[in-house]
Design a binder for this molecule. Sequence first.
Ligand code: PGA
Length: 251
Amino acid sequence: MRKNIVAGNWKMNTTVQEGVELAKQVNDCVKAGHNNCDVVICVPFTHLCPVAGVIDTAVLGLGAENCADKLSGAYTGEVSAPMVASTGAGYVILGHSERRQYYGETNETLKAKTRLALDNNLIPIFCVGEVLEERENGTYNDVVSSQVEALFDLDANDFSKIVIAYEPVWAIGTGKTATADQAQDMHAHIRKVIEQKYGKEIADNTSILYGGSCKPTNARELFAKPDVDGGLIGGAALKADSFMGIVEAFN
Ligand code: PGA
């Protein structure tokens, strides 16, 4: 059956030194606890190597927050999927709404990034989610379907490696969490869309995480929903105790 996963998304926060300290703390907690989920931290590119050096990636997964849509070459400032993989990372967040919104990422660029991530044995944590206007005008299911369908060029074997993160944009960093019922409805919708394309077995085995102002105080209610398989955590991942409070919601 599908895995439960709690993944931190540090975004553009912490210096390397602060990040290494935070990673060590999370690593110690994960090692000491009996967690009923996989735990992953996704960190800035500059942090990948030093963090890989202080954590046990067998118990605490490591990921990047993005990768390039090209394999190599004259793309100043970009970081490729093979570069990310060579640090010891096993995951990469793709299509975060901040990337879509501020850096113009489209379904086309995300298809290329996803292909390169998979070719380099990185597990994509592929983000989807509607903006407030789409929530309010009722088009949110269609918006999210079309974001998920951007992955439908993948064959079944490749698709089965993807983790989906549903992050309603209006809930990210706003303190305004989707209700557990809103999350469940969307996660069930996403699973149905996957089932129609790839069949029930793959749909049932796909981990679908919720993201958007997830905290220790609301994680338990969200994760109790049958189609919510964990969380992608921004702000609350920047302190070991609040992040672990969310991990413990599965206990
Ligand atoms: P948040 O961010 O938990 O700070 O709302 C989640 C995300 O953007 O992944």
